[in-house]
Design a protein around this ligand. Sequence first.
Ligand code: G1P
Length: 270
Amino acid sequence: MKALIPAAGLGSRFLPATKAQPKEMLLVVDRPVIQYVVEEGLASAADEVIIINSHDKKSIEEHFTPNPALEAELRSRGKDKYADKVAHAGNLNVSYVYQDEPLGLGHAVHCAADRIEGEPFFVLLGDVLVPDNQMLIKMKEVSDAHNGASVIAVLPVAKEEVDRFGVIAGEALSDDVWKVSSLVEKPAVEEAPSNLAVFGRYLLSPRVMELLAEVKPGAGGEIQLTDALDAVLKEEEMYALVIDPEDGYDTGTIESWLDTNNRLYKKLHG
Ligand code: G1P
C-alpha cells in the first residue's frame, strides 16, 4: 500500500517561522517533523511513501536526498554518529507529486490520484506524530476485519475544541472501534455530532480518490478530504479507531508543537 503525506500547505499558523522554511521542516527534538511521518509510513503497513509537495519547498526534497560530501566530511572528523543520521535521512525511500495551488487537503490528496491505481491507500498528515509507529498497523487490522473498509483514526477532544477538526458521528462497536455514519469538517461547537476528532491517519478505499474529483469547496472555501469521506459513506462502510492521547502527538499549533517537543524529548531521552 502507498502512503500519501500532504506537505504543500502554507504553514500560516507558524508564520513568520515558516516564511522561508516549510512547516514540515520545523524541528521536533532532533529531526524535521516530516521525517517522523516518513519513518512511520515506511515502518508500518506502507511499502511506498509519496510526499505531495509544492515546487516552493525544495528543502523537503533536499532533506531526503543523499549528501555524500557532508557524510564524508563528518566521517573524516570522527563524527560517525552524525554521518549515520545524514545517511539515514538521505536513504529514506520517498517520491513526490506536486500541488502548486493550496486549494485544500482534499485537493492535495487528489494530486496523487495517478499513483493510486485502484488500491486502498494511507494518508498521513504531518501535523501529527505517532512515535511508536503502531497506529497504521492497527488501522489495517480493523480494515481487514471489515472486508477492507476505510478506517480513520479519531481522538476524543474537549468539546470546545471540535471546531478545529473533522468530527465523526456513528456508533461504538467496542471500546476502540466505531462504525462511522457521517463526518463533518470543523463543525460549530454546538453542532458537532460527537467529540471524536479525525486525527490525521487515514486508510482509504480507492473510491474516496474517485469521489475527490467531484468534491466542491467546503469549510474555509477549501476542497476537504472530510467531505469525500462523508460522500463515500453512501456507498461503503467506514470504521474509526479511537486512539489514546499517548498514541499520537499534535504539532499543528505553536502550543501543541512546544508541548510535543517536551513530551517527545522526555520519551526519547528520559
Ligand atoms: C485537517 C483535516 C481535519 C483533521 C485535522 C487533523 O485539518 O481537514 O479533518 O481533523 O487535519 O489534524 P487542518 O488541521 O488541516 O485544518
